[in-house]
Write a protein that binds this ligand. Structure first.
Ligand SMILES: Cc1cc2nc3c(=O)[nH]c(=O)nc-3n(C[C@H](O)[C@H](O)[C@H](O)COP(=O)(O)O)c2cc1C
Length: 184
């Protein structure tokens, strides 16, 4: 088959800054960008993620893969619920901010955005996001160097103006939408 690559542990790592063949292929997947958030006492935290997906309709279950040992992993493992903000097309700077290692710790990392408190989890959710979800944590499933965090959606909302999601593909942020009225 044209362009076939063997994928082993060695193949997934970068070599002197260059993407491995596997990374180049993985980059072709189009992913919706979200910010996963949680609050524990006075500790508020958010992280950009592209691994978010819906896994069940009834009950409404969602999943995000978080890197083992990340601050987000530690926090999500310790709280009963979390928030998800689905970023809107014009929010690439927000995605960059919540992925930065230099962002302020705690609630100060939210100084750059408008946010509200999700009703059940108490997680911060971003006011200008396309949609927000308030989730009860159901399962933590080890998966290689990530943990799959499965949550049940217990409340959700969407903003009341047109526009599509922020998507990432080929290492670029892409804007989808706004859609023509008759596309919905
Ligand atoms: C577009 C994009 C998508 C990302 N998706 C994920 C993801 O799905 N899971 C993850 O653990 N990290 C993901 N990251 C990396 C984290 O956002 C980044 O490492 C962050 O600083 C981790 O925060 P923490 O260590 O405070 O938890 C992504 C980064 C970017 C830029």
């Amino acid at each position: 088959m044209d362009g076939a690559v063997a994928v082993s542990g060695r193949d997934v790592r970068r070599v002197r800054g260059d993407a491995s063949p596997w990374q180049s292929i993985a980059a072709r997947l189009a992913r919706t960008i979200v910010v996963v958030t949680a609050a524990s006492g006075r500790d508020h935290h958010g992280m950009t993620a592209d691994s978010f997906t819906l896994v069940s309709h009834d009950p409404a279950l969602v999943m995000v893969a978080v890197a083992v040992g990340s601050r987000t992993h530690r926090l999500l493992a310790s709280v009963p619920g979390f928030g998800v903000s689905v970023l809107a097309a014009e929010q690439a700077a927000v995605a960059t901010h919540f992925a930065s290692r230099r962002r302020s710790p705690g609630i100060r990392q939210f100084d750059l955005v408008n946010w509200e408190t999700a009703p059940h989890s108490g997680a911060p959710v971003l006011t200008e996001a396309l949609a927000w979800l308030d989730c009860e944590r159901r399962d933590l499933v080890p998966a290689g160097d990530h943990v799959l965090v499965v949550g049940q959606v217990v409340a959700a909302g969407t903003r009341n103006r047109p526009g599509g999601p922020l998507v990432r593909c080929e290492r670029r942020y892409l804007s989808l939408g706004p859609w023509p009225d008759d596309a919905l």
